[in-house]
Design a protein around this ligand. Structure first.
Ligand SMILES: Nc1ncnc2c1ncn2[C@@H]1O[C@H](COS(=O)(=O)NC(=O)[C@@H](N)CS)[C@@H](O)[C@H]1O
Ligand SMILES: [Zn+2]
Length: 412
């Protein structure tokens, strides 16, 4: 599947160190230490209701990781999926009386457009679940033959992964069994289904049902893939057996990322699947998580249609720390617009305080678990000074513009 169009990313004097990131498994911040090529898998959209500000905030979070790694002189192999087949997509298509394929394609196209407008560096591989089905069925069959998965004997053809195959299952989310059971029920799992060896066992393959799309599953019989295995297969295929960062919003921590990682570790025999399990907080609106089920969505395309500068949206989302659950409000947008205008006039100033000093301070903030509020404050202070005529570095304004572009993705 095509990704979206990229843009130039300026280089800056000197190089940064790879960012320190919070890992949900170890519940602590530690240095990311990729080899010469950093590998990152980020869970992309299920293509309907795209692109709301929650999607945007999470994609910006991992764009900061991408930019910080590039600033540290690393190549980045960034992979993102599109869940272009899954229950919620089929349900939405049925609700709207729409062909699910057309719905998925249209929403994915809109997502790509919004990603370009927000200046998110495109992934090297942008991969759909449907195109991955042949490899998914191979992985499911491997799990069955190793005894780590089983087909229910109720004639549905449904195949489940046995969490007993994952000795440390739960190490990523650090949740109690009860918490896992309730989250599994809440987020697409089926802990109460009869015939499963363990209520927490996740679905790998759903046998064909009347009225549902189905694909040839080889020895599995016709059906369609489960959710978690999709992300395991795409990551293993495009990134390798272990990766530096597995990313997404914190709504994916359990069951999705826990199960995806467990599937990978069983298939490869190597653990941990990811060195850092990185999760972005939820963007809310009026006190509720912005989510499709609640329908309380603010769309990037709507804001763009109303003439809002996407760079102001980006600055609004960067003004709070990525790991916090935070609210989108008119105030956040207004502050973003004011900050953008101020930075643009400061970048046009004849001189300002030391540009090198600014680069170092922004790097320092972002390397500390992507502390974008601190980075914005550093640039605010520099802009304040430059606009009041302080500082005599006449190359600083141009360097400031390059810095916020390269590290924050904000084009002035
Ligand atoms: N309110 C929100 N705030 C922040 N991130 C969100 C929010 N809602 C969804 N996301 C993130 O946006 C990405 C796409 O979300 S999604 O469309 O629901 N799709 C999925 O979660 C799956 N396709 C992942 S494989 C995911 O990383 C998800 O964690
Ligand atoms: Zn995923």
């Amino acid at each position: 599947m095509d990704s979206w169009t990229g843009h130039d990313v300026p280089t800056l004097p000197g190089t940064a160190t790879p960012p320190r990131l919070y890992d949900s498994a170890r519940r602590s911040v530690s240095a990311s230490a990729p080899g010469s090529t950093a590998t990152m898998y980020v869970c992309g959209i299920t293509p309907y209701d795209a692109t709301h500000l929650g999607h945007a905030a999470t994609m910006i979070t991992f764009d900061l990781v991408n930019r910080a790694w590039r600033d540290a002189g690393l190549d980045v192999n960034y992979v993102q999926n599109v869940t272009d087949i899954d229950d919620p997509l089929l349900e939405r298509a049925t609700r709207d009386g729409e062909d699910w394929i057309v719905l998925g394609m249209r929403e994915t196209a809109l997502f790509r457009e919004d990603m370009e407008a927000l200046r998110i560096i495109p992934p090297a591989h942008y991969v759909g679940a449907v195109e991955s089905i042949p490899l998914i069925t191979t992985h499911v069959q491997e799990l069955i033959s190793s005894g780590a998965a089983y087909m229910l004997d109720d004639g549905t053809g449904d195949v489940y992964y046995s969490i007993a195959a994952a000795p440390r299952f739960g190490y990523e989310s650090n949740l109690s069994r009860d918490e896992m059971i309730s989250l599994s029920r809440e987020r697409g799992g089926d802990p109460d289904r009869a015939g499963k060896r363990d209520p927490l066992d996740p679905l790998l393959w759903r046998g064909a049902r009347d009225g549902e799309p189905a694909w040839d599953g080889g020895d599995l019989g016709p059906g369609r893939p489960g959710w978690h295995i999709e992300c395991t297969t795409i990551a293993l295929d495009r990134l390798g057996e272990t990766i530096d960062v597995q990313g997404g919003g914190n709504d994916l921590l359990y069951p999705h990322h826990e199960c995806s990682a467990a599937h990978a570790e069983t298939l490869t025999g190597r653990a941990p699947f990811a060195s850092h399990y990185v999760h972005a907080g939820m963007i809310g609106l009026d006190g509720e998580k912005m989510s499709k089920s609640k329908g309380n969505l603010v769309f990037v395309s709507r804001l763009r249609g109303d003439g809002v500068d996407p760079m102001a949206v980006r600055l609004g989302l960067l003004s709070s720390h990525y790991r916090g659950d935070r609210e989108w409000t008119d105030e956040v947008l207004k502050t973003g617009e004011e900050r953008l205008a101020r930075w643009r006039s400061a970048a046009a100033a004849p001189a300002g305080p030391s540009g090198e000093g600014l680069v170092a301070a922004v790097r320092e903030a972002l390397s500390d678990d992507l502390d974008s509020p601190a980075a914005l404050a550093v640039v605010d202070a520099w802009a304040e000074a430059a606009l009041s005529g302080a500082g005599d570095d006449d190359e600083a304004p141009a360097l400031m513009a390059r810095t916020v572009d390269a590290l924050l993705g904000v084009r002035l």
